[in-house]
Design a protein around this ligand. Structure first.
Ligand SMILES: O=P(O)(O)OC[C@@H](O)[C@@H](O)c1c[nH]c2ccccc12
Length: 268
């Protein structure tokens, strides 16, 4: 079993408990009664690097990263630094997150929020919207057959923006064919947890310029952000470096100051 299969199996077990507590029909009613999600895409296309700053306590690859007793405090720093969106990990077993974290952050900031989890069912998308998320993650390698297409349609019908995550050429082609507006290249292979920083550069050329290109994982500081900007990234998704660095607001601001390809396009 790959790491990804193992994580998804745990996610499904935890999900079964929540589904037993709240039937899908009741959840749907609550979800649809929430305000319409925000559109993060204009901020993703800014001439400065857009940063998706992540609330992440631990990870399967690194173990414990940071305590984060109150995720809304960290999120406020991210917002003050100018984060275009905030990613809140809600997976419990490996990442130490929860929907309660997402709700706490929602109550504190107006910044668009990404529910970062291993979404494999419609129920989780309803939960995302109900808890106040504006974006959801769909990981191509976790969604076999037509599940990706189906869940993408469900998410967009709910008004959520989808970050479609890829790790190789075939997955990138699928994401592009799906019509995904926001495509994230994860440098970390979720089956082995290895990070290969050259993955973004290799796959970016397969993502048309009218889509938002997100570089994900292993970004340690401004130098990495500059590299991905040069390779065509519009957005950088950063977790570990921000939660362990001690100065999340300044760190986001410094990454944000990096210029993207849009500046050349605007000045031409
Ligand atoms: O902490 P890092 O190396 O900056 O990585 C953040 C983010 O890319 C990573 O948390 C991530 C990317 N895709 C995921 C899918 C599920 C869980 C986590 C992830």
């Amino acid at each position: 079993m790959s790491v990804l299969d193992d994580i998804v199996a745990g996610v499904r077990e935890d999900l079964a408990v929540r589904e037993a507590e709240l039937p899908e029909s009741a959840l749907r009613e609550r979800a649809l009664a929430t305000p319409r999600p925000r559109d993060p895409v204009p901020a993703f296309r800014s001439p400065e690097m857009a940063v998706i700053a992540e609330v992440k306590r631990r990870s399967p690859s690194k173990g414990h990263l940071a305590e984060i007793p109150d995720p809304s405090v960290l999120a406020s720093s991210y917002a003050a630094g100018g984060a275009a969106a905030i990613s809140v990990l809600t997976e419990q077993r490996r990442f130490g997150g929860s929907l309660a974290d997402l709700r706490a952050v929602r109550a504190m900031v107006e910044t668009p929020l990404l529910r970062k989890d291993f979404v494999v069912t419609e129920y989780q998308l309803l939960e995302a919207r109900e808890a106040g998320a504006d974006l959801a993650l769909l990981i191509v390698s976790a969604l076999p057959g037509d599940e990706l297409d189906r869940l993408y349609a469900v998410a967009t019908d709910l008004g959520l923006t989808v970050l479609v995550e890829v790790h190789d050429e075939a997955e990138t082609e699928r994401a592009v064919a799906l019509g995904a507006e926001v495509i994230g290249v994860n440098s970390r292979n979720l089956k082995t947890l290895e990070v290969h920083p050259e993955t973004f550069g290799r796959l970016a050329s397969g993502i048309p310029r009218d889509r938002v290109r997100v570089a994900e994982s292993g970004i340690t500081g401004v130098a990495d952000v500059e590299r991905y900007a040069a390779e065509g990234a519009d957005v950088c998704l950063v977790g570990e470096a921000l939660v362990i660095g001690g100065e999340p607001e300044a760190a986001v601001r410094a990454m944000r100051a990096v210029r993207t390809r849009h500046e050349e396009e605007v000045s031409r």
